[in-house]
Structures are given as C-alpha cells and as structure tokens.
Design a binder for this molecule. Structure first.
Ligand code: AMP
Ligand code: MG
Length: 418
C-alpha cells in the first residue's frame, strides 16, 4: 500500500495539461487561461472627469477660493475631443477632458454667477480650493497598453470578464474543460427517486454528487451510467464512455476485496496499466488509478459515499488541475477547535466545519459522524480537515490542514494558496 504523496506523484506523472484553444471572451467563463493576457489599450482610454462640475486649467499650484471664470463650453460623456483655450468648461462624469484643462471642480463647489436663457452657466465663482489634477481620471491610470492584466492559470469569472470587456479583448487562449465520464456500479443501486426501494436496494447518491462535483471542478461530464455488478456490462459502459470522448473515467464501487469487486480484473483484461490500488488513507483506502490503452485516465473510487467524495476531492481534482493548467493546491493552516483521536497511521480526510471562535478567528472542527457511509454530515460540512498519515492525534489548538469542499478559490486567494 502506498502513501498519499506517492499516489499523487504517480497521478501527476501520468497527466499532462490539455492543449490550449482560442475562445470568445464571454465563452471563457469557467475556463482557465492558457496564456497571459496583455492589454492592447489604455484604460481609461482618455483623460476624463470623475465628477459633474467644471474643468479648469490650474497647472501645478492650487487655485484659491473665489476665482471667477467664464464658461467657454460644455463636455458630456461621449463627446469627442475638444480644445480649450481659456476659462472653465462645464463637464459631466466620464466626459473627455478638453485638451488644455487639468483639474475639475465639482458642481457643488461653485456658485453660478450668470446663466443664459436656457439655464446654462456662463460665469462661475469657485467656493473651494482646487488642487492640481483633482477629480481627473488619467488615461491609462487603471491599465496601461502592454500591461499583463491576467496571468495564465487564472479562471475567468465575472470580474475577469469585466476587465476583458473594458479593454476590448475579444478572444482569449484557454484550456478546454476536461471530459469526464462517471460509472456508478452496484446491482443494489436505484437511480429513479420516485421508485420505492425493493428489499436490499439503496438509492444512488454517489452519481448525482460526483456528477455535480465534476462540473464544479471545471470539467465536462460527457456520460453518466449505472451498471450492475457484471464485468461485461461494466466494460460495455466503459466503451461508451470512451466513445463519448472521455479523457478521464471515474467509477464508484467494486474496487475493494469483495467477491463482486470486478473493476481491477476487468481493467487488466482490456490491457489497462494499473498504477496503484490502495492508498494509506481514510476513508477510501481501496482507491485505484490506471491508464487505459488509449491513454485515458481511470480512477476507481470506492463505493462508500464519503470515500468516493474523498477520492474525487484529493485524487481526481488534482489531476483535473493539471489538465486545466493550474498549480497544485496548498492547504489553509487553521487551529483545531477540539482534540481528535486519530486511531490509525493513515492520512485522514475528515468532514469539517470551519467556524469562528469567540474572537472572530477561524478554527476547524471535526464534525460528528465520520464513518464513510454517513451522508447526513456531508450536508453540514463546509471543509475537509486533513491529517497526514504520520501525524499523531492532534490536540485542541493544533494547526491542521484545511481544504475547501471544491478546489476553486477566488483568483486572488488562489495565487496566495498555490
Ligand atoms: P462497494 O465498494 O461496491 O463494495 O460499495 C461499498 C458500499 O458503498 C456499499 O455499502 C454500497 O452499497 C455503497 N455504494 C456503492 N455505490 C454507491 C452509490 N452509487 N451510492 C450510494 N452508495 C453506494
Ligand atoms: Mg458494489
């Protein structure tokens, strides 16, 4: 039986990043950039006013209260460039600053001395000091032409889309979503939620859970089937998964030591290369990882619901990260709320609650109900607490590794945590 680190190294050895493809920026949401994006434009594209008010020319010295100026023109958002030779210009927020002017006084800080028949200001007096450059948004102040605005490995979400849109970036290079198939095995499984269970039957909970987790992880689910405990039926479903273009095939169940645990032998029969079967972890020890003859990856996850969840989170998701071009994850280090009795020299993956102590500081609590068949605590957990196989039982306050339920973090945090 191998340890977790060795298992992960074997997975990483077999996985390569997917080839990049070009995609329209709005279609890239949920995908990961394959190359840095540099700006071809300045943002803002021109000097403009941050306020509704009057644009002036004051140079490098403040302008004292009580200055009187004629209003020489008006600029609204969308107006083309204008040249100012004298006086003040009425200006609206976002309007292009007329050439020759360099500061804006807000409308609330002027007194209008003269208006024309249509109520336009003709002459104003300032009622506050005007500082050099005030209320002017300079061209390129946000982003300069040529600046790298998004790095390879960034997941595109709404904030990134906003920036791409602001800079007129129509297309980006991304990694495609990895194509994943999911086979749930077990003759006891019932998929139809409206069916009454017959004696010995259980509902398939791994299927919907893992299907959603796969999508949450940034992959595309190309096939999901439930198969009975029959090697030929299983291999037929596997062929359909590969025909659907799966690059990664997941199965649950039939990988332990029972009489009906046919997955390892069935895979050997079709010439798969088994890299490992059984890892020093809890739950989910009998996990299997193989390469199929066509180069696809195969993860045989154990059938117990929490074991299958751990297999997906800590073995499949790291592989998906490689395919997506993401750096390996790092854990958050958080103090444990209460001591935990770790009874085996295995790497533990515990349903955890990340919570605030009375000082508002994060702490991690091992939730009750850690057995791998228990599904109810899964709906209470908001993190995984991971204890290395070599570690002793941690005391209250000991720093432990905490991972999110899924591998995505907000991009800025992602940079810190990888
Ligand atoms: P197995 O690894 O096939 O021996 O399954 C281990 C345990 O997990 C058994 O109690 C199965 O009934 C249960 N199990 C297997 N597959 C599923 C599934 N898709 N949903 C819920 N429980 C399952
Ligand atoms: Mg089974």
């Amino acid at each position: 039986m191998i340890g977790f680190d060795e298992a992960l190294a074997l997975i990483q050895r077999e996985v390569a990043v997917l080839p990049a493809r070009t995609c329209a920026a709005p279609d890239a949401v949920g995908l990961v950039l394959a190359s840095d994006v540099c700006s071809g434009e300045d943002l803002p594209p021109f000097d403009n006013s941050a306020m509704d008010g009057f644009a002036l020319r004051i140079g490098s010295e403040p302008l004292a209260v009580g200055a009187e100026l004629d209003v020489a023109g008006a600029q609204a958002a969308g107006d083309t460039h204008a040249i100012a030779t004298s006086g003040a210009w009425e200006i609206m927020t976002g309007a292009r600053l007329p050439d020759g002017l360099d500061a804006v006084i807000p409308v609330e800080q002027v007194e209008v001395l003269v208006r024309d028949g249509t109520d336009r200001p003709l002459r104003i007096r300032t009622t506050a000091v005007v500082e050099p450059g005030q209320h002017v948004r300079l061209r390129g102040e946000d982003v300069r032409t040529g600046a790298c605005i998004l790095k390879a490995g960034t997941r595109i979400e709404a904030p990134q889309l906003m920036l791409l849109a602001a800079l007129g970036v129509a297309q980006v290079q991304v990694r495609p979503a990895p194509r994943v198939a999911l086979l749930t095995t077990g003759r006891e499984l019932v998929d139809d939620p409206t069916r009454t269970l017959a004696s010995g039957e259980i509902r398939n909970s791994n299927g919907p859970y893992l299907a959603q987790r796969v999508r949450d992880a940034g992959a595309q689910l190309v096939l999901r089937e439930t198969v009975s405990d029959d090697a030929d039926a299983f291999l037929a479903a596997l062929q359909r998964a590969l025909a659907a273009g799966a690059e990664v095939v997941l199965s649950t169940g039939a990988v332990s030591m029972g009489r009906y645990d046919f997955v390892p032998d069935a895979l050997r029969r079709i010439g798969a290369c088994l890299h490992f079967h059984k890892v020093r972890i809890r739950p989910g020890k009998p996990l299997l990882f193989a390469s199929l003859p066509g180069g696809q990856l195969y993860f045989g996850l154990p059938g117990n619901p929490v074991s299958s969840a751990v297999g997906l989170r800590f073995f499949v998701e790291p592989a998906l990260r490689v395919l997506l071009g993401l750096a390996p994850e790092r854990a958050l280090r958080v103090p444990l709320a209460a001591a935990f009795n770790k009874r085996a020299a295995l790497r533990f993956h515990l349903k955890g609650g990340l919570e605030l102590d009375q000082h508002g500081q994060l702490q991690a609590r091992v939730l009750p109900g850690q057995e791998s068949f228990r599904i109810a605590p899964m709906a209470q957990a908001n993190c995984w607490i991971v204890l290395p196989d070599t570690a002793a039982s941690p005391a209250a306050g000991a720093m432990v590794d905490v991972y999110g339920l899924g591998h995505w973090l907000p991009p800025q945090l992602d940079e810190v945590m990888t």
